[in-house]
Each structure stands twice: as C-alpha cells, then as structure tokens.
Design a protein around this ligand. Structure first.
Ligand SMILES: Cc1ncc(COP(=O)(O)O)c(C=O)c1O
Length: 363
C-alpha cells in the first residue's frame, strides 16, 4: 500500500448507509427498459450535471464503449480510428464488435491528432473515438469537422475526463455519444460502472435496449443486446459520489496549480501538462514527461508515492494488435510519460516532496 495512492475512492458513511439500504430492500437489479429506481436516479443526476438529454448507466466503461459501437451500427469489416496512447479497453471494445482499430498518433496535448486522422480516412472508416486522456480534452472542433465532412460517427472515450470541459461544454457531450467509467481509480466511482451520454433520442433508445438483451419498452426483443446493466447498489453509490464530485474536482485543481507553481523551476528539463485553449481539465492525473523516468519512478515509490506510467507500451505495440506503427509522438511520450498523484488526499507538503524527488532524479 502506498502512503499516497495515484487515485483512490473517497467515501464516508453516506455511501455505506445507501448500500445497507439497497441490501435491506433486496433490490439488486432491474430488468426494466428504464433501469429501475436507483439507476434512474443516478442517470437523472448525471444528465443534469453534464447538461445532456440522456444518460444510460451500464456495468463498466468498456461496456459503455461496446454498447455505443453497437448503437452506431459498427460491424465486422468496419474500421474505427482511435489513438494508440490510451488504455487498451478503447481498442478492445472496437475488436469486440468485430471491427478493426486504426491507430493514429497524438498531438501536443496527448490526445488524437486531428491532422493525422485525415490521412487514415477511407470508405471502411465508420467511427472515430477520441480519448480525453488524463482528463485532457481532445481537439473536438477539428475532429467533429472531419467527421461531418466524411459522415463518420464520433464516440468520445471520456472514461478519464468526467468533469473536464471544452468551450463550456462537458467532455462526453461534445459528440454523438460519450462514454464514462466509474472504476474505483476514477475521479468518482460506483465500484465498477460506466455510462453513455447522448443528446440523440434514437441512440438513447437503442442504448437502453442494447443494455438489456435487446428488450424494448413493451418487453419485446427488437434488437441485439447483452447484459450491460448497472447494479442498483452501484447506481446508489454513484448518486452519492456525484454530489461530492464538484468538491473533489476543486481539490484536484488546487493541487494541479500547486504542482505547476513548484515544477516551474524544472520546466526546461521536464514537460509540464499542456492546457488546450478553451479546455478545463478534471485533473484526473498530473502527467509530465521526465527524461529520467525510471529513476524518478523508483525514487517516488521508495517514498510511498504511487506515480504511474500510462501507457508503455502504447496499444499498437501490445500483443493483440502489433500493427499500425510507427507513431513517433506516441512512442516518444510512452517512453517518458509519468503520471503523478493529484487526487484530493494530496496536499502541498506532498507536492513539495514530489518536486524534490523529481529534481534529484534529473541528476
Ligand atoms: C481511456 C479508458 N477507456 C476505457 C476504460 C474502461 O473503463 P472500465 O475499466 O470501467 O471498463 C478506461 C478505464 O479503465 C479508460 O481509462
């Protein structure tokens, strides 16, 4: 166990009490089209937080991606453009529906490079999944413009970016569908869990059916579906966590700005997180590029500070894929990237210590 985890669920009595309540009701799941009481409560609260028409809660972020790809009618033989610098689930979801991930390099913000997307467009490309990696929002204006030009669906992988925004709109609501994860390491959690946000009534209807074996409102099976339902206990935890989220994000932002202040003196040797114009980050992670990453990592771990490498190797170099390179920026970043804890339990003293270790590791 680390003294300072990279991320950790922050909960108190309210989460414990709601779980007890749901257990006492013996109300674990609900096969209705709407999803049941606690799921609907959580979805409604998220709709209002995100300012979006529909939220469909599901069992994980991976399930959210797979359900969205089915809803977008992605089929075997289709291609889906994704970044390679992402968690492998983005690619695996594409593979799960029988389509082929096409890997694209990143821009200077660690998110998919819109210019590189253009080079990969062909008739088989049916979707683009930008990933708002580390909470950094992708270049959505240009991505949406390309998608519009070629009639391609955009599905945001917002698993890491709940609470980030771009030009005043929440990440995950900038395209047709946005997929969230509530895994315990995220900015808020439901245990395991995920959700899809959409403003499109038809897609919302498809997603509700896909979540529950294809059953429609009347109980008839009208389409393909699987069991992607979010359990009621998880949804009940989610509603409590969502109330706390704004306060979690304030603490993260405060920590990020303290990091920026202290690390400025090293800015000629390490790369600080670039902030895109118009974007506000949720500071899921505070990610730097450090030329002596391994040494920094070991020194931080020795002091009980859980820094992490996200991601090395990048997905196009993992065994299930091993194609699609070279992606020079992705490969360069993957060798030097280092994510530091910026979660609400971090404080100024910890940040001072991290700064000192990062500095000493440069020698
Ligand atoms: C970028 C990204 N996509 C997808 C996922 C998958 O989410 P989950 O673990 O909830 O299935 C995750 C997180 O774990 C992620 O970080």
């Amino acid at each position: 166990m680390f003294k300072v985890p990279i991320n950790t669920p922050i909960m108190d009595k309210e989460e414990e009490e709601i779980v007890q309540k749901v257990i006492s009701e013996r109300y674990f799941t609900d096969q209705s089209y709407e999803g049941g009481k606690y799921v609907r409560e959580f979805e409604t609260a998220l709709e209002s937080y995100l300012n979006v028409k529909h939220v469909i809660a599901v069992s994980s972020g991976t399930a959210a991606l797979i359900a969205s790809l089915y809803a977008a009618k992605i089929e075997p033989g289709d291609e889906v453009i994704i970044p390679s610098l992402t968690f492998v689930a983005t690619a695996n979801a594409v593979k799960a529906v029988g389509a082929r991930p096409v890997f694209v390099d990143i821009d200077n913000y660690y998110t998919i490079d819109a210019k590189e997307i253009r080079k990969k467009i062909n008739k088989r490309v049916k979707a683009i999944i930008p990933v708002h990696l580390y909470g950094h929002v992708a270049n959505m204006d240009e991505i949406l413009e390309i998608a519009e030009e070629f009639g391609i669906t955009v599905i945001e992988d917002a698993a890491q970016s709940l609470g980030s925004s771009y030009k005043g709109k929440m990440s995950g609501t900038l395209s047709k569908m946005g997929c969230f994860s509530f895994y315990p390491g995220k900015v808020m959690t439901t245990g395991e869990g995920g959700a899809i946000a959409t403003n499109d009534d038809e897609l919302a209807d498809s997603l509700r059916k896909i979540r529950n074996h294809g059953f429609d409102k009347t109980g008839s099976i009208t389409t393909f579906g699987l069991n992607f339902r979010m359990p009621q206990i998880n949804a009940a935890i989610g509603s409590v966590q969502l109330k706390r989220l704004p306060q979690f994000l304030v603490a993260r932002e405060k920590n990020a700005f303290i990091y920026l202040k202290y690390l400025m003196e090293l800015s000629d040797k390490i790369t600080l997180p670039p902030i895109r114009d118009g974007a506000k980050y949720n500071w899921y992670l505070f990610t730097i590029l450090h030329p002596k990453r391994q040494k920094a990592l070991e020194n931080l771990k020795r002091e009980g500070i859980d820094a992490r490498v996200y991601y090395d190797p990048p997905v196009h170099k993992t065994p299930s894929y091993s194609y699609g390179g070279p992606l020079p920026k992705t490969e360069m970043v993957s060798k030097t990237t280092l994510s530091l804890p910026v979660n609400p339990i971090v404080n100024e003293d910890i940040i001072k210590k991290v700064t000192a270790i990062l500095k000493e590791s440069l020698n």
